[in-house]
Structure formats: structure tokens, C-alpha cells
Ligand binder design. Structure first.
Ligand SMILES: Nc1nc2c(ncn2[C@@H]2O[C@H](COP(=O)(O)OP(=O)(O)O)[C@@H](O)[C@H]2O)c(=O)[nH]1
Ligand SMILES: [Mg+2]
Length: 149
């Protein structure tokens, strides 16, 4: 039996991540959907099987709220003369105290994406491409996993 493919559904808060999960799982009761930001506070998974064989695991994640501050923080993590690649820098962040405090929601997203094969990056196409979305993408891309918009 092959391992099911793991996909993390990621993106800004309130863009429709949980709604996408409901659509893909055909389960209107999955998670909580709301017009308020930050409704999803924890990672929640769903497994899709074909003929009893699990093929796909989908993970809903909390929204990224303050990617600009997080990217600033990540950039300051490197000591002078040190060059960490994206995943190494994230590991350093995830082991630190800020990952349990100020950036707790973001840490949950990044841990799940690092543990997945790829990410589904959900975008609200009505919004212009704001600086915060570019920073969000840079943080997510540093996981080194394929991101599918
Ligand atoms: N117009 C529109 N609204 C959507 C769509 N997907 C989700 N929503 C609404 O956007 C809000 C946030 O959805 P939710 O799934 O909770 O977003 P999440 O915070 O990213 O998980 C809710 O009010 C949804 O009903 C969509 O494709 N189009
Ligand atoms: Mg949600």
C-alpha cells in the first residue's frame, strides 16, 4: 500500500480555506466557516479513500495573519555570517519561544506544510496583490514544498 498524498490548505485568514475543504470532501459539516477572520484555530485533517484505500489526506490550517512581521522576524533570526536555507530557518523559528506565543497560528501552518507533500494556496481573487500576500508567499515558499494556487 502506498502512503496517501498529504496536502495542506494554506493562505491568508478568511479566504475560503475551510470552504474549499468542504467542497473537496463533499462534507458541509467540515470545520467552521465564518465571515469573521481567525475562525479556524487548529489544523484539522480529512482523509479521502477510493475502494477503501486512503489516497489523499487534506489538512485545513489556521490563516496566516501577520506574514509581514513574521518575515521580518525570520530575517533577523540569522546571526552575522550565517546563511540558513528556508527550511533550516523555519526549524530554528519553530523551536523558539515566538512559535508558541506571538506567531502561534503561523507556526501551526508552517509545521503542517513542512509535514505535507505540497500546499494548496487559497487566494481571494477579488483582492489586489498586496505586500502582505507577497510576504506570505515568501514565508510559505521557504518550506520548500510545491504550492498550487
Ligand atoms: N464569494 C465567495 N465567498 C466565499 C467563497 N469561499 C468562501 N467564502 C466565504 O468567505 C468567508 C470565509 O470562508 P472560510 O472558509 O471560513 O475561510 P478561511 O478562514 O480561509 O477558512 C465565509 O463567509 C465564506 O462563506 C467563495 O468562493 N466565494
Ligand atoms: Mg478556516
Amino acid at each position: 500500500m502506498t502512503e496517501p498524498l498529504k496536502l495542506a490548505v494554506v493562505g491568508h485568514t478568511n479566504v475560503g480555506k475551510t470552504s474549499l475543504l468542504r467542497t473537496l470532501t463533499r462534507d458541509v459539516g467540515f470545520g467552521e466557516v465564518s465571515h469573521r477572520p481567525s475562525t479556524t484555530r487548529h489544523v484539522e485533517g480529512a482523509r479521502l479513500s477510493v475502494d477503501g484505500e486512503p489516497l489523499l489526506e487534506l489538512y485545513d490550517t489556521p490563516g496566516l495573519e501577520d506574514a509581514i512581521a513574521l518575515l521580518d522576524y525570520l530575517e533577523r533570526l540569522e546571526r552575522p555570517g550565517e546563511r540558513l536555507d528556508g527550511p533550516a530557518r523555519l526549524e530554528q523559528f519553530l523551536q523558539g519561544s515566538e512559535a508558541r506565543q506571538r506567531f502561534e497560528q503561523e507556526a501551526k501552518v508552517l509545521r503542517q506544510l513542512l509535514a505535507s507533500d505540497a500546499g494548496l494556496y487559497v487566494i481571494d481573487a477579488r483582492e489586489p496583490v498586496l505586500a502582505k500576500y507577497r510576504d506570505e508567499l515568501e514565508v510559505l515558499a521557504s518550506c520548500g514544498k510545491p504550492l498550487l494556487p
